[in-house]
Ligand binder design. Structure first.
Ligand code: NDP
Length: 314
């Protein structure tokens, strides 16, 4: 499979399976089916509350000889409630225990936002950047790397300013920035900055994250897969709109992690690897009018929070 390369030559499969919103009862079959289809990369996080089931599926795949540990690439993320330096390794160890793995391929700081508790976005729950600076969290990530608990470390939802703070002061480089990317939010400047600085980029919500709860959606939210340009390109190549969106991400050398728990769609998404978009398609996609953010971060920036939207995004 096509891959992106880290500085030490390790490769990360360019296409992976996303697992946010995949219910524990569904994710076991989804992961097994994906591995049988040929996926070699699974994107996880403890906040998705399904790492135990992902772990069971991985064990089953190892036992049945579908894949070996070395053949797959597993990413997970540090949640906001463990940003203090001495909390990072215990949080990673819990994820490893749930995933039933000895090491991760990639561990990311999920958000540049520190909280006291799990998933409670109340102003009183936040720890300000002064109380827990990003660099303190990054030092914890470096320790985890040195202990061999993860082969690579990186960040997620970081803008150029936050990344620069780490890049200018780190001992171990962040090697990945996982951010929202699709034709309505191409983030060309951020990708250029990352690639110039040896940071690979992963595209999350590449299909427009249609299965978010109503509370996370705006009424007038656009639907990427129903976009006219995307649909016309899909028709031209006799492929699905999802395949256009996934192929577009890979064309830009960004890793892409569409989520699905449906066997047919998991296979369909994997087959995007065979899709070749031409220059005319790319020019048409570049003209799609944005920007639009599906995962807009407003849940971290309510009144009274020390985090502001203008600090979160570029
Ligand atoms: P996606 O953009 O991947 O969209 C998922 C939705 O698309 C689901 O409703 C899924 O339904 C549907 N879908 C999947 N394939 C197809 C297809 N071929 N045709 C039609 N519909 C399809 O959303 P996510 O937000 O889940 O993003 C992907 C992954 O990125 C996440 O699962 C997570 O791993 C990661 N992520 C990381 C974030 C971060 O902060 N770092 C934030 C958001 C996401 P169904 O399952 O029924 O097929």
């Amino acid at each position: 499979m096509k891959s992106v390369k880290f500085e030490n030559g390790d490769e990360m499969p360019i296409l992976g399976l996303g697992t946010w919103k995949s219910k524990p009862g569904e994710v076991y079959d989804a992961v097994l089916h994906a591995l049988k289809c040929g996926y070699r990369h699974i994107d996880c996080a403890p906040i998705y509350q399904n790492e135990k089931e992902v772990g069971k599926a991985l064990q089953k795949a190892f036992k049945d000889g579908i894949v070996t540990r070395e053949e797959i690439f597993v990413t997970s993320k540090l949640w906001n409630n463990a940003h203090k330096k001495d909390q990072v390794i215990p949080a990673l160890e819990k994820t490893l225990k749930d995933l039933k793995l000895d090491y991760l391929d990639l561990y990311l700081i999920h958000w540049p936002v520190a909280q006291k508790e799990v998933n409670v976005s109340q102003p009183a729950d936040f720890l300000s950047p002064k109380e827990v600076p990003l660099l303190e969290t990054w030092e914890g990530m470096e320790e985890a790397f040195h202990e061999g608990l993860t082969l690579h470390i990186g960040v997620s939802n970081f803008n150029i300013k936050n990344l620069t703070e780490i890049l200018d002061n780190c001992e171990v480089m962040p090697e990945m920035n996982q951010v929202e990317l699709h034709p309505l939010l191409p983030q060309n400047d951020l990708i250029e900055f990352c690639h110039e600085n040896g940071v690979q980029v992963t595209a999350y919500s590449p299909l427009g994250s249609t299965d978010r709860t109503a509370a996370m959606k705006k009424d007038d939210e656009p639907n990427l897969m129903e976009n006219e340009t995307i649909q016309s390109i899909a028709k031209k190549h006799n492929i699905s709109p999802a395949q256009v969106l996934i192929a577009w991400a890979m064309e830009r050398d960004t890793v892409v992690i569409p989520k699905s728990v449906n066997e047919g769609r998991i296979k369909e998404n994997f087959e995007s690897l065979k899709v070749e978009l031409d220059q005319v398609d790319l020019e048409k996609i570049a003209k799609i009018k944005g920007p639009y953010r599906f995962v807009d971060g407003t849940f971290w920036t309510m009144e009274g929070s020390p985090y502001k939207l203008e600090d979160l995004w570029d």
